[in-house]
Design a protein around this ligand. Structure first.
Ligand code: NAI
Ligand code: ENO
Length: 305
């Protein structure tokens, strides 16, 4: 393993999972971590999310050759500023943020002279905080690395090997392309889930208890997504604004087409559309890209296995 000491800033779902995964898969690598919230630091020590959880970010990054920011994308700048003077000059800085263009810009600006190579493990749950992390989170999941044009090939290779060692499969993309792809595959679906759950709970003629009682498959799946962390998702939408607005525009147009078909009684149009989307689901399953997590979509327990 090219890294001897990994420091994790932010010890919630992502940071905690990285800490546990490194300790499980790379026992020779030192781990340290810091979180702004004292209660999270205390819980991180109890759960052993990192071997060392000191009281300051500067102490956590001292001597680390890989520093990973695992904070909401709107907090990346402040988190980077909090370690600016304390990083080893040859440390590699990375992150796990769900959007990449603003993050790469903000980390690079906050840390002049330091190598920054952002990443996004496309792996998560609707849970957050220091109790949510588990070592197997990244197993068989994609990790998209978005190196700036000037990134060192050797450091990019080291970061790829790190993610592979904790179970992920690495893909390289530009930050621009990443933000477009994730806008449609992740950000828009979350926005739709937040909307539909809000719409259902605002109805006057249908009571909230009826919504809960009769929430068969479809609605229930949306409520899982809509339970995701409000701070994290507020930041994702504000940071990936342009790509999300572009995808939302296309989605709105397609929704209007379906609305027209229903009004006109155009069953053929509806049937063709649903046949096309069923084929997409089937190809996801055939490629083994359905979710490997044992509790996906069903319970709210996590495992450390
Ligand atoms: N939740 C998910 O499923 C996924 C999240 N991500 C990304 O990972 C990042 C972290 O998300 P989660 O772990 O889910 O969030 P989380 O809410 O579980 O953890 C974030 C932690 O960062 C801490 N924090 C905030 N500002 C800080 C600062 N300046 N210094 C130190 N700690 C600070 C918070 O106290 C919190 O404990 C986000 O950027 C998110 O977009 C990426 C993939 C999946
Ligand atoms: O829980 C789910 O279904 C997710 O979609 C998790 C997730 C959330 C944010 C990401 O950037 C990547 C994965």
């Amino acid at each position: 393993m090219p890294f001897r000491h990994v420091a994790i800033i932010g010890l919630g779902l992502l940071g905690g999972s990285i800490g546990l995964a490194v300790q499980q898969h790379l026992p020779g690598v030192r781990t340290s971590g810091f979180d702004l919230d004292p209660a999270t630091r205390a819980r991180a020590r109890e759960r052993g999310l990192a071997a060392l959880v000191p009281e300051t970010a500067a102490e956590a990054v001292a001597g680390a050759d890989l520093v990973i920011f695992c904070v909401p994308v709107g907090a990346m700048s402040a988190a980077a500023a909090s370690v600016a003077g304390a990083l080893a000059p040859d440390a590699l800085v990375s992150d796990v943020g769900s959007s990449k263009q603003t993050v790469v810009r903000e980390l690079t600006q906050a840390l002049p002279g330091i190598d920054v190579i952002p990443a996004h493990p496309v792996a998560g749950t609707e849970h957050s905080g220091p109790d949510a992390g588990f070592a197997a989170l990244f197993r068989k999941r994609w990790c998209i690395i978005t190196p700036p044009a000037e990134a060192s090939i050797a450091k990019l290779d080291s970061l790829s090997r790190f993610w592979e060692a904790i179970g992920a499969t690495v893909e390289i993309m530009t930050p621009e392309h990443h933000d477009l792809v994730l806008a449609v595959t992740s950000h828009l679906p979350h926005l739709i889930a937040y909307t539909i759950v809000g719409t259902a709970s605002d109805l006057e003629e249908v009571t909230r208890s009826e919504v809960i009682k009769y929430s068969a498959g479809g609605f229930r799946d949306f409520t899982r997504i809509a339970a995701s962390d409000p701070t994290m998702w507020r930041d994702v939408f504000l940071s990936n604004r342009d790509a999300v607005l572009e995808m939302l525009q296309r989605f709105t147009e397609d929704l209007t087409e379906l609305q027209k078909a229903i009004r006109k009684g155009d069953g053929e149009m509806l049937f063709d559309q649903f046949t096309r989307t069923r084929a997409i689901r089937r190809s996801i399953i055939a490629e083994g890209q359905d979710d490997a997590r044992p509790d996906f979509g069903r319970g709210d327990h996590q495992s450390d296995g």
